[in-house]
Design a protein around this ligand. Structure first.
Ligand SMILES: NC(=O)c1ccc[n+]([C@@H]2O[C@H](COP(=O)([O-])OP(=O)(O)OC[C@H]3O[C@@H](n4cnc5c(N)ncnc54)[C@H](O)[C@@H]3O)[C@@H](O)[C@H]2O)c1
Length: 241
């Protein structure tokens, strides 16, 4: 990894939808708390009005006509990829090729081969790469992980989690792409429960095998909106999601 940046980190955001706007707000909290820490300076979205609206939240920010304008801008340190999953590979590779650190939203890619390719490109370039797996930083999960790791906590017997979200196109995550097979990596298992499986493996170790039943209620082929999963952790205990 290259040497740490010791001045204000300048960020370009690609994708000014729900999560791009959320990251902008979080970066704003950081910037307000620690002067000169971070600034959003470039924004690109295929919807120019969305890019303009997000850019207007930052004094120095300009909206761009393409992601390449962010990649080619030597003053940008890091790119936040906040677009539908099918676009992540090209955007992450483009950012890494131009020497930008990459924060990419989950799921990182459409499949594991693409994810490996992105990771290799970022590592080869000596850059920092992060994926938006937020549960690892959520107090609910950090406390559970700490309790499970405590000496004397005893043997884990079983783990059960229920995770409900309006999926794929209703409620808080209403979007134009989550039920389009060309844009999404799949249904709720990958597009939402990637959070849950990541948290399980992080807190309790690898999963050795799983059995899953899915239902497609929204009518989009291959995009399940309900999944019931049973699995075995490598350490021998049982899980349900
Ligand atoms: N970590 C989390 O908790 C969390 C929460 C919500 C969404 N996400 C992830 O964030 C990503 C975006 O989801 P969202 O909810 O913000 O969707 P959204 O539909 O609200 O926003 C996506 C934006 O990307 C733009 N866009 C589409 N293709 C583009 C391209 N090629 N170049 C530039 N802009 C493009 C769209 O115009 C839209 O403004 C997805 O990967 C999603 O899984 C993560």
């Amino acid at each position: 990894m290259g040497s740490p940046i010791k001045r204000q980190v300048r960020v370009g955001i690609v994708g000014a939808g729900l999560i791009g706007r959320t990251h902008s707000l979080m970066l704003r909290l950081l910037a307000d708390a620690v002067p000169e820490s971070v600034a959003v300076t470039r924004v690109y979205d295929i919807d120019a009005a969305a890019a303009d609206a997000l850019a207007s939240q930052w004094p120095e920010a300009r909206s761009c006509a393409g992601a390449e304008q962010i990649f080619d801008d030597g003053s940008v340190d890091a790119v936040f990829v906040c677009t539908p999953t099918a676009t992540h590979r090209e955007l992450c590779l483009g950012a890494a090729a131009s020497g930008k650190h990459v924060f990419c939203e989950k799921p990182l890619a459409m499949n594991s081969a693409e994810a490996d390719e992105i990771r290799a490109a970022i590592e080869r370039a000596g850059l920092v790469g992060q994926v938006g797996l937020v549960l690892r930083f959520s107090p609910v999960y950090t406390v559970i992980a700490a309790m499970a790791a405590q000496e004397g906590a005893g043997r884990m017997l079983a783990v059960t989690m229920r995770d409900d979200q309006d999926f794929p196109v209703r409620g808080a995550h209403a979007s134009k792409w989550r039920n389009q097979p060309g844009l999404t990596a799949g249904g709720t298992l990958i597009e939402h429960s990637v959070h849950d499986f990541d948290a399980f493996a992080w807190m309790f170790g690898p999963i050795r095998r799983l059995y899953c039943r899915t239902r497609v209620l929204n009518g989009a082929p291959g995009i399940e909106d309900c999944a019931v999963t049973e699995f075995d952790f490598a350490e021998g205990f049982h899980g349900q999601l």
